[in-house]
Design a protein around this ligand. Structure first.
Ligand code: ADP
Ligand code: MG
Ligand code: MG
Length: 250
């Protein structure tokens, strides 16, 4: 069985069905891109996988490592290794990035029945990850995301992802608002976290992120369903011909 297996998912938001029978299967070690126009339900899908409240699953299944995610609250899902990098990261004034990440990581480890990290061990890990993400030390001493540029916030998300060692990473428009340099840093960070045990779902509506992160599979999502799946050439096809051709398929 695939690492993430979604079958015939139907989701309602405020009584309105947004996802209409979506199937998606992602193997360990793979990176999948989900592309699609605004309003097709991509963020809804990522929220439902992570367990954000306010979404009603009326039918279907989401299995992660063979376990039913829909039975778990968001914290349990995170402890199992589901990580959602947010489209709009939160700011937390008054708590340094360093302290926030440490508290979050230790809470996560506790939920996984792992030991709390000692200060030197935590510092070693965060310095290593910050190093290859080009995150300067003084950024870690500032309030979490407070006054960070768009690029810094995204790098901070990837830093958090690196520390948490998730099994499934969902990146919802991590590329929005990034200039070319920031995009490259974020993409390098994501590439550095690819591993045989880990799957990634990268949601974007631009192809440019996929110039840096080579997906194994590209899915076109439109109007609440996966309309077509293929290799990375599908992203090129989309850029050339647009999304309209897929809307009446399936
Ligand atoms: P995408 O991420 O692909 O742009 P979304 O998942 O954000 O799409 O939205 C899909 C559809 O669901 C849109 O039509 C949007 O207006 C609707 N929707 C999303 N969230 C809510 C909400 N909280 N209340 C009402 N409608 C919503
Ligand atoms: Mg979205
Ligand atoms: Mg059904």
């Amino acid at each position: 069985m695939a690492l993430l297996e979604i079958r015939d998912l139907h989701v309602r938001v405020e009584g309105l069905e947004i996802i209409h029978g979506l199937d998606l299967s992602v193997n360990a070690g793979e990176v999948h891109a989900i592309m699609g126009p605004n309003g097709s339900g991509k963020s809804t899908l990522s929220h439902v996988i992570a367990g954000k409240p306010g979404y009603e699953v009326t039918d279907g299944q989401i299995l992660f490592k063979g376990e039913d995610l829909l039975e778990m609250d968001p914290e349990e899902r995170a402890a199992k290794g589901v990580f959602l990098a947010f489209q709009y990261p939160v700011e937390i004034p008054g708590v340094t990035t360093m302290n926030f990440l440490r508290a979050a990581l230790n809470a996560q480890r506790k939920a996984r029945n792992q030991w709390e990290l000692s200060t030197p061990e935590f510092l070693k890990r965060i310095r290593e990850a910050a190093g290859w993400l080009n995150i300067p030390h003084d950024m870690l001493k500032r309030g979490f995301n407070v006054g960070f540029s768009g690029g810094e916030k995204k790098r901070n998300e990837i830093l958090q992802m690196a520390l948490f060692e998730p099994g499934l990473c969902i990146l919802d428009e991590i590329d929005s608002g990034l200039d070319i340099d920031a995009l490259r840093i974020v993409a390098n960070g994501i590439n550095g976290l690819r591993s045989p045990e880990r799957a990634m779902v990268v949601i974007t509506h631009y192809r440019r992120l996929l110039d840096h992160i080579e997906p194994d599979v590209v899915h076109v999502m439109s109007k609440g369903r996966v309309r077509k799946s293929g290799g990375k050439e599908l992203a090129q096809e989309l850029e050339a011909y647009g999304y309209a051709q897929f809307e009446d398929a399936a």
